[in-house]
Design a protein around this ligand. Structure first.
Ligand SMILES: [Zn+2]
Length: 264
């Protein structure tokens, strides 16, 4: 349990949720306000763990307890809020980008990615198209998602890209095998576990997710030594996984309907 990885998405000022990342109410429930985010960083700095290291450094240093900070979806707030907030503390963000979105409204640009790289942050793939169910893709489609997105990022950044995260939490072993083949050495999932698995040449690392309503205290609890918050996420995730497996399309329809109701 030496690595606890936290999964964030966008961080926005005020309640302008659609200003960064994917639009809509379902996506917004994964976005944090900048005020709450800064408060979370404050409590994490007091967690007794090393916060904000590069994942490869953390994997090479298993005796030291780490908190890794990861951000999915490549929203524009990576450059305006997240990058500067972490850099001012000497921490690194792992920023995972669905490469088809680069330069589109609400998402980071090519120049923005280069600026984030220069500031010391780690840029990785979040697939090319952000498919709804990554684990359902054929082997060829999985290869195309990882290889295409990584080739593009390497072209932009001028260096090897060895980290990635799985979109939508739809993880399976073939997803990791295809990522490994594409050069990924650290793959983050959304499974709320601290055990790290190795698939081919790739370390598969679970993450604990922060949602819009989570307080600084909750973030502190996720990073704690014995954590009911981590256990709670695991219970919730296990139930949801069962539902996804048994209900499939019905689960996605229910989720969409629930968020539509909530946003009315
Ligand atoms: Zn995503």
């Amino acid at each position: 349990m030496s690595i606890i990885a936290l999964e964030y998405h966008d961080v926005v000022a005020g309640a302008d949720w659609d200003s960064s990342g994917f639009p809509g109410e379902a996506a917004a429930s994964y976005k944090l306000s900048d005020v709450v985010f800064m408060a979370q960083l404050d409590v994490l700095s007091e967690s007794g763990r090393r916060v904000g290291a590069d994942v490869h450094a953390a994997l090479a240093d298993p005796e030291v307890p780490h908190v890794l900070l990861t951000f999915d979806d490549g929203g524009a707030s990576a450059l305006t809020v997240i990058g500067p907030a972490l850099a001012s503390r000497g921490w690194r963000a792992h920023l995972f980008v669905p490469t088809d979105r680069i330069g589109t409204p609400g998402f980071v640009t090519v120049e923005g990615l280069r600026n984030l790289q220069r500031a010391g942050h780690v840029i990785g793939s979040h697939s090319a198209t952000h498919p709804t169910r990554m684990s359902r893709l054929s082997a060829a489609a999985l290869r195309a998602e990882w290889r295409g997105s990584i080739a593009l990022l390497e072209d932009i950044l001028g260096e090897r890209v060895t980290v990635a995260s799985v979109p939508g939490g739809y993880y399976s072993r073939p997803v990791a095998e295809a990522a490994s083949e594409a050069g990924v050495r650290a793959l983050f999932t959304s499974e709320p576990v601290t055990a790290i698995e190795t698939v081919a040449s790739c370390a598969v690392i679970g993450r604990f997710t922060l949602r819009r309503w989570h307080s600084a205290r909750y973030a502190a609890s996720l990073a704690g030594r014995r954590s009911f918050a981590r256990y709670g996420q695991w219970i919730g995730w296990s139930a949801k996984k069962l539902l996804k497996r048994t209900a499939g399309d019905a689960y996605l329809r229910w989720r969409a309907a629930t968020f539509e109701r909530a946003s009315r």
